[in-house]
Design a protein around this ligand. Structure first.
Ligand SMILES: Nc1nc2c(c(=O)[nH]1)N[C@H]1C(S)=C(S)[C@@H](COP(=O)(O)OP(=O)(O)OC[C@H]3O[C@@H](n4cnc5c(=O)[nH]c(N)nc54)[C@H](O)[C@@H]3O)O[C@H]1N2
Ligand SMILES: Nc1nc2c(c(=O)[nH]1)N[C@H]1C(S)=C(S)[C@@H](COP(=O)(O)OP(=O)(O)OC[C@H]3O[C@@H](n4cnc5c(=O)[nH]c(N)nc54)[C@H](O)[C@@H]3O)O[C@H]1N2
Ligand code: SF4
Ligand SMILES: [Mo]
Length: 751
């Protein structure tokens, strides 16, 4: 069936139309109703019709209007001429790229070009679906992303245990009566690796049912305030707490995997590996009394329907992968994995590799297929650690990185070692950015290709239905017509891929796309590929075509006509507010893609990490460490230029416990110098007994005072860059993830 874009206008009066749009600003993926009059956005509210988010919206959702209208948002390509970024036509920009990139590849090889991709790409289907094409066309090993500042440890541990990088279990909150949250603040972040719009409302409902929420965090966060209990934990010590909880399950005979027993491999190895981690041994390291650790283990074991959920606080540390793993070990040993109300796996309608191929068995995952040239860090999920990007640019020799294509990322602010990276970017022969601002990173580019406003793009979440607390399929078409002269991001990436593969700057991206899509169709439709492609291409092009192919061949799909009641994009798009596919269902053993067809509870690399942790049990605890913080009105480094979010009190402040403020002699509001392993910044202090003593908290993504950026509003209150302090040499060795938490600092009152 053909889809009529007018169907998306869900309300209209004489002068106004209302359009459904899935919010691209965070993982909650709320449906919004956007009112438009005369081509201008006049109102945004949560879409009550949305089957998944049910009308929820946070303050950031309104900011889509500001983003669309931001005068600093780029609408035209920029090319550097005589040292200055000036406006250019698309043809000029692509010609410049061809002129400068190809000789570089010719002379120095494909690894001389690095690619980096950032967070907003996860929220734009054109970027997410076409970046792999660019990566393939460039053919470089030097691929970096925000994943190694974030969730790579969890992806790795899930991959090792369950056989796929995106088979990450998450809380079935609507059916739970217990939730233990470690290192996550969904009240501010709106959830991560857990698409859960309106966490607040769902948590409230859980407690109203008589359920209980326990939060473990170095700060008594907004999430902790809305919970039943909160415990401080020393930053970076989660592995010790978790191993001691597993130890308690064994020593108190609380291991009850129930029906999971049939698929568990390695329980005895886990028992042996956690033996050194008695609650008494772990307590001084994590700052939680031994009896409390035992109580936490007992409480999890006793829960009827519940689980332990851990997020970025548990990933961005030296034992990130081990901590991520132990969370799922605890859920498995207590029978809460794959249990209604426990930690469950979604079954996504499209793009989920864990619904493809033979159910219950697979090739598992591999890492280390290559290594970074300078430090020898292993490849993980096709990437190298982003904190190593600078040294790959700085260090001469065969394979040195001489060019960068950055896509929707701002590592100069978002990654430790940012100042060093900025210098390295200046030393490159050539840099291209696909971005919407001239910011701290893209100011170094020679060519900037502007992405479109989200309101000018259709949208379906590629990744997040694989991480959602309920199954659903939702599509939102463009709200506004594409601005004159704008190019869809998928076409930008396809053009770049065409240039890299020698097809020339003039090549038609639609034709290049037609050529490339046949491989996908072959995989999804087999013998019927040709007929299927012809049919799908009659209605859709670009990312929408890939989406229709994936939906139709997916677990709820119409099988290209063999299951007429099944889904296709036409049906999904005709239902503004989306199609509900029901609550999460148990997926074992069908979900598994490990070579053994079992849950690998004790992968060798993780046992080795526990042995490393055991050696650190008695290590001294630093006097003062720093952690990060997220605030409702911010989004990493790039939304500080939007008036609705930028107004109000100063948000880049250092939170400090009263005892720490007193011993450093600082008063509320006073400016303080924070010195870390690689630098110092100054920020105003807010004294707050919600902080654990010995821990200071500074949000990340600030520091908009660098020359050459064009973020006029953000520059008025630039804030201090947390990442300047941190140590770009500290990583989780297995995943390559940066250590962003628990880094020692010293404090002194600023002049
Ligand atoms: N210390 C510390 N550092 C952290 C974190 C932390 O907790 N503590 N968190 C880390 C995490 S979890 C993440 S995900 C990273 C994020 O770090 P990055 O992935 O670098 O993302 P942002 O800082 O949000 O920068 C987003 C970039 O995308 C551009 N952009 C925005 N929208 C679009 C669009 O529609 N199209 C295109 N083409 N570009 C767009 C913006 O202009 C900006 O350049 O930061 C990490 N850094
Ligand atoms: N408003 C807002 N929302 C966002 C973002 C944003 O910048 N602003 N960013 C988005 C992104 S990219 C992501 S990845 C998600 C992240 O989503 P969350 O994981 O919920 O992120 P945070 O809110 O930073 O919560 C992390 C918590 O870990 C705690 N913590 C720090 N160190 C440790 C530690 O060593 N151990 C333990 N146990 N806890 C620790 C911190 O105090 C904090 O409360 O948020 C997303 N949503
Ligand atoms: S919670 Fe996230 S998805 Fe929902 S409106 Fe806010 S920013 Fe958008
Ligand atoms: Mo993130």
């Amino acid at each position: 069936m053909a889809y009529e874009p007018e169907a998306a206008i869900i309300g209209a009066t004489m002068s106004e139309t209302t359009h459904y749009r899935i919010c691209p600003l965070c993982e909650a993926c709320c449906g919004l109703d956007i009112r438009v009059s005369d081509g201008r956005v006049v109102g945004i509210k949560g879409a009550a019709s949305d089957v998944f988010s049910r009308g929820y919206i946070c303050p950031k959702g309104y900011a889509l209007k500001d983003l669309h209208e931001d005068p600093d948002r780029l609408r035209t390509p920029l090319v550097r001429r005589d040292g200055v970024l000036v406006e250019a036509s698309w043809d000029e920009a692509f010609a410049e790229i061809e002129r400068r990139l190809l000789p570089l590849i010719e002379a120095h090889g494909r690894d001389a070009v690095a690619l980096s991709i950032g967070n907003p790409a996860a929220h734009k289907m054109g970027l997410l679906l076409y970046f792999p094409r660019l990566a393939k066309a460039i053919g470089t090993r030097n691929i970096f992303s925000a994943s190694t500042l974030d969730q790579m440890p969890k992806q790795l541990s899930a991959g090792l245990m369950f056989g796929h990088w995106l088979s990450i279990p998450l809380p079935d909150i609507d059916h739970a009566d217990f939730l233990m949250i470690l290192g996550a603040n969904p009240m501010a972040s709106n959830g991560s690796l857990w698409t859960v719009p309106d966490y607040r409302g769902r948590a409230k409902a859980l407690r109203a049912r008589g359920g209980r929420i326990v939060v473990i965090d170095p700060r008594r966060t907004e999430t902790a305030e809305a919970a039943d209990a909160h415990h401080f934990i020393r930053p970076g010590s989660d592995v010790f707490l978790l191993a001691a909880m597993v130890n308690t399950l064994f020593s108190e005979d609380l291991v009850r995997p129930g029906r999971l027993q049939a698929w568990l491999e390695g329980t005895d190895e886990v028992r042996a590996a956690v033996a050194p981690f008695t609650p008494e041994a772990a307590a001084p390291r994590c700052g939680i009394p031994a009896d409390t650790i035992r109580g936490l283990a007992r409480e999890l074991a006793a829960a009827r329907a519940g689980c332990l959920y851990g997020r970025i606080g548990t990933c961005t540390q030296s034992f990130g992968t081990a901590a991520s793993w132990l969370i799922d070990v605890l859920n498995a040993l207590t029978g809460h994995l794959d249990q209604t109300g426990g930690a469950m796996w979604p079954k996504a309608a499209a793009f989920a590799r864990n619904t493809e191929g033979k159910p219950g068995i697979g090739g598992g995952i591999t890492t280390g297929r290559h290594a970074s040239r300078v430090s020898g860090a292993p490849e993980v999920y096709g990437e190298l650690p982003i904190t190593l990007m600078a040294e790959e640019m700085e260090t001469p020799g065969r394979g040195q990185v001489r060019a960068l294509i950055s896509v929707a990322c701002n590592p100069v602010l978002s990654s430790p070692g940012g100042p060093r990276l900025a210098t390295a970017l200046d030393g490159l022969d050539f840099m291209v950015s696909v971005d919407i601002y001239v910011n701290e990173t893209t100011r170094h580019a020679d060519v900037i290709l502007p992405g479109a406003s989200p309101l000018e793009d259709g949208h379906y979440d590629v990744a997040f239905p694989q991480l959602s607390m309920r199954n659903h399929a939702r599509y939102s078409p463009p709200v506004l017509p594409r601005a004159k002269g704008a190019l869809p991001e998928w076409q930008i990436l396809q053009k770049l891929a065409g240039i890299a593969s020698g097809r020339g700057a003039q090549a038609d991206p639609l034709q290049l796309d037609d050529e490339r899509v046949s491989a996908d169709v072959q995989r999804l439709a087999g013998a019927r590929a040709e007929a299927v492609l012809a049919e799908v291409s009659r209605c859709w092009q670009g990312p929408e075509r890939l989406l229709d192919l994936s939906l139709r061949s997916g677990p709820y799909g119409d099988g290209f006509g063999t299951r007429p009641d099944g889904l296709n994009l036409g049906k999904v798009a005709a239902a503004p507010g989306g199609i509900d596919l029901g609550p999460l269902q148990p997926r074992l053993p069908e979900l598994l893609r490990t070579p053994s067809g079992r849950i690998e509870l004790a992968p060798a690399p993780l046992l080795a990490e526990l042995a490393r942790a055991a050696q650190g049990l008695g290590a001294p605890v630093p006097d003062m460490v720093v952690i990060g913080r997220r605030e409702v009105r911010t989004n990493n480094s790039w939304m500080h230029n939007l008036p609705t979010l930028a107004k109000g009190p100063e948000r880049c402040t250092l939170l400090l416990h009263p005892l720490d403020a007193a011993r450093h002699g600082v008063a509320n509001g006073q400016r303080i110098t924070i010195t870390g392993p690689q630098g110092s910044v100054v920020a105003p202090v807010v004294i707050d007994d919600a902080m654990m003593p010995g821990v200071a908290s500074l949000p990340h993504g600030w520091g908009h005072d660098l020359p050459g950026a064009r973020l006029n509003l953000a520059a008025e209150r630039p804030g201090a860059n947390l990442n300047v302090l941190l140590d770009d040499r500290l990583r989780d060795p297995l995943s390559g993830n940066a250590v962003l938490s628990g880094v020692p600092v010293t404090l002194s009152a600023a002049a």
